[in-house]
Design a protein around this ligand. Sequence first.
Ligand code: UDP
Length: 237
Amino acid sequence: MEKREELYRGKAKSVYTTDDQDRLILLFRDDTSAFDGRKTSQLNRKGMVNNKFNAFIMQKLEDAGIPTQHDRVIASNESLVKRLNMVPVECVVRNISAGSICRRLGVEEGKDLNPPTFEFFLKNDELHDPMINEYHIASFGWAEPTHVEKMKELTFKVNDILKALFLQGNMLLVDYKLEFGLYKGQVILGDEFTPDGCRLWDKDTREKLDKDRFRQDLGDVVESYEMVGQRLGVSFD
Ligand code: UDP
């Protein structure tokens, strides 16, 4: 597989074209950012840890019947993925209140949400990813209604699979963000699933084990991501 030019550089990953028009390379960098890029840092080994963590989770999801863009790991911080036409919408499920929902609705952190909530956000850095609903997606043509239904169905299915997986490692899946794209007309899970895009708490102590460690200056960010992976059986050698 030949790596060609950089197609896109995000805040923590870079995307490269390859000699196969149906495949891209995702490069997980050591960069980390929060608060719309206002807080940034380089964290040693983060790219490698997130690449291997993501591959492990995507494989678990594939095994459980979720179609994902992941193909295979090709280097410690690089994976080959299917080239998707991304839908510019983020899907967020919350099992426990934390983060923006607390600020937006004035609720305390740590409340069990039963049933879990579902939110859409528009991917737009300049507008700070505003919350939108299905009518906005349809009216502005960001995705077909049947595709939006599929995204919701898959996002909730991921919740069942991953809540159970993290529970096996004595962790609570508090919330997470997914992104989808189209591949040959099918809705496929894209982007990544790592502690950068979800919240995970230790079940007994409720210690934060995800990117809130970076957002809130709690320290040991990469060490914590690695520990989460190890509790699930991810190998970082
Ligand atoms: N999230 C993300 N990317 C974003 C926004 C949110 O990965 O651009 C994740 C975030 O890590 C958390 C969940 O989505 O696990 C819900 O985020 P929230 O709306 O609470 O926003 P935040 O508090 O992260 O600003």
